[in-house]
Ligand binder design. Structure first.
Ligand code: FAD
Length: 381
């Protein structure tokens, strides 16, 4: 395959780079190493995102009826590559643009589409994702947070954990149970994070002390129009979301530019003459390019309106492997870069690689999906 970007993709990338040029000069020192959920990045994202929106750059691939420009699906990966390679200066705007928006487009009422899709295109909302619970991560069907129907809406009770961005986000895409067991009864809600009855407490992570949050719901009332789709139909929505979420973030580009950065330092230090070092860098580069091409295959299917399949999990797993391979170059050949303040670029790549195999579904779970749905292997094989 002879892959090349077309001129509209190149022009779009150039426009994005004009906005990127205005990021703070100390981006790699004082912003990116703290992660996209840090107060630094989230606060900076408000102005950065507004500039993206002013130039109609946020969701160019969406229908014009919802604030896009009817461009092809490739634009989504172009913006993702440009942003993730920098540690995601949009912060959690990406979450709305990558998967909450498409879920609303598919399952929302016209009023919800007009309200939320426009707000995403105009970069007015930072999002968070309330899925995981203390007893429900991989096994989401075990979730217990309840949404009890009452006149005019629902009352929420329960708790969520590992909720990135929640402390500064405007809106949460929440899973809560309206009766039922396992996957039955799971329902999706779009709720403002300042709803009375919601308490948010930070949890420290590898990036910073603000990486995650616990979110507690105590008789929090939300109106009926906070429900997305039908009551109890949340699992079907989650299945749609997964295909957008798992490869929505172009992590391979962050790995690629992180590796280029490391190779520059290895050369400057004379370590590039070591054939073992060069071979390990070459192996890491191969994994990065494999992840890139597997992702492009999924985007190609999307651009041709094909239903997403198990290739999503293959691409996601390849990204995790690529991320780990580049982080291993740092820890093996350049460990001094990981000392606090030594090299923000290396640090940002290394930190996000640590969590890559857990966020958005554990690596082992992606492999289970590949073995069952892609290779057709029987369970337990
Ligand atoms: C950086 C980061 C950001 C996150 N952000 C959010 C967020 O914003 N919102 C949110 O809701 N959640 C978020 N999470 C939570 C994440 O979705 C969960 O951690 C993940 O789904 C795994 O769930 P768990 O932590 O309960 O681990 P478990 O489900 O207990 O899994 C632990 C380990 O057990 C193994 N395992 C479990 N099940 C299987 C299986 N079926 N087959 C093989 N092995 C298995 C795997 O090794 C797995 O890593 C985030 C996590 C990280 C690391």
């Amino acid at each position: 395959m002879d892959f090349a970007w077309d001129e509209t993709d190149e022009a779009y990338r150039a426009e994005l780079r004009e906005v990127i040029a205005d990021l703070p000069r100390d981006w790699w020192e004082n912003y990116a190493p703290h992660g996209p959920a840090s107060p630094q990045v989230m606060d900076n994202a408000r102005g950065f995102n507004a500039e993206l929106a002013r130039r109609d750059l946020v969701v160019r691939h969406w229908p014009s009826a919802y604030g896009g420009q009817d461009a092809d699906a490739w634009k989504q990966i172009v913006i993702s590559e440009e942003m993730w390679s920098l540690g995601e200066p949009r912060s959690s705007l990406y979450l709305g643009a990558n998967w909450a928006g498409p879920a609303i487009m598919k399952f929302g009422t016209e009023a919800q589409k007009q309200k939320y899709l426009r707000a995403i295109a105009e970069a007015k909302l930072l999002w968070c994702q309330g899925f995981s619970e203390p007893e429900a991560g991989t096994d989401l069907g075990n979730m217990k947070t309840r949404a009890d129907p009452v006149p005019g809406g629902y009352v929420l009770n329960g708790s969520k954990v590992w909720t990135s961005y929640a402390a500064r986000a405007d809106i949460m895409f929440l899973l809560a149970r309206i009766g039922g067991k396992g996957k039955g009864g799971v329902s999706c809600f779009l709720i403002p994070t300042d709803t009375p009855g919601i308490e948010i407490r930070p949890i420290r992570g590898v990036h910073s002390e603000w990486d995650f949050n616990e979110v507690f719901f105590s008789d929090a009332f939300v109106p009926s129009d906070a429900l997305l789709g039908e009551e109890g139909n949340g699992w079907a929505i989650v299945q749609t979301i997964i295909h957008y979420e798992r490869i929505g973030a172009a992590r391979y580009e962050k790995s690629a530019r992180g590796l280029d950065h490391l190779v520059g330092i290895l050369k400057a230090r004379g370590q590039w003459d070591d054939p073992v070092c060069r071979a390990e860098c070459a192996a890491a580069r191969s994994l990065v390019e494999a992840a890139r091409l597997l992702t492009y295959r999924v985007i190609d299917g999307r651009a041709k309106q094909r239903e997403p399949g198990a290739e999503t999990y293959l691409a996601r797993y390849a990204m995790i492997e690529a991320d780990h391979a580049v982080a291993n170059i740092t820890s093996t050949w350049l460990p001094d870069l990981l000392i606090d303040g030594a090299d923000g670029h290396a640090r940002a790549q290394f930190n996000s690689a640590i969590t890559a195999g857990i966020a958005a579904g554990a690596a082992e779970v992606q492999l289970n999906m590949v073995s069952g749905r892609h290779l057709g292997l029987p369970r337990g094989a």
